[in-house]
Design a protein around this ligand. Sequence first.
Ligand code: OAD
Length: 235
Amino acid sequence: MTQIKRIVILTGAGISAESGIDTFRAAGGLWEQHRVEDVATPEGFARNPDLVLGFYDMRRAALAHVAPNPAHAALARLQGEFAGDVLLVTQNVDDLHERGGSRQVLHMHGELKSALCLACEARSPWHAPMLDRPPCPVCAAPSLRPDVVWFGEMPYEMGRIYQALETCDLFVSIGTSGAVYPAAGFVEEARRAGARTLELNLEPSEGSHRFDESRLGPASVLVPAWVEEVLTTTS
Ligand code: OAD
């Protein structure tokens, strides 16, 4: 542990589960309640924009009723106190890492609290519903969509993420099923770079066998303990 200088962390829905946000693939999770093709593809949006805007309006509004948990706070602590580099990449579109104190977060699947204008392509901070077709703050066109990455679209910040994976010594995956690429392939990239790989998840994930080590349990317990371990063994 003393040699670690560069850490890349990938988080998924599991880190926000104990805050009260539904994961995607659990029994009763979001993808059992809604069809992916309807609410998370460009084709679904073209077919029924009201359904899609309403789905993300509901998820954005729900953020007002949840709070970060000790796992989010622990990662913010690590970012603040670790002597080397920590790149925090999340697949989550919630804002719990930021509200937990993290300053630098790469949202590779976008953010609920951001709007993308289909007319001028501007991205704007966004906190209100979109179902009533509000004007874009930049060009005034009533052409906003949620600034989230749908299936068939390119995730954000991939250049920066792969660059960090190529030079990291430790890759840690937290609360993600390993079911969706390209994020599910990050562990292989990190391994190719010679990094140690660690998974922190409630249960074995689809990609567990690719990690050097898997620790099983709730993120609110595992993540603060792991952060404490890193900070005490590298200081
Ligand atoms: P999933 O719902 O696929 O997986 C969540 C993972 O978190 C599972 O492996 C759970 O076992 C684990 N988990 C649940 N509760 C936990 C807890 N308290 N502590 C630790 N782990 C826990 O969610 P993601 O892997 O994030 O993409 O899904 C990846 C992508 O698929 C999402 O970003 C979304 C979705 O379709 C898009 O919409 C583009």
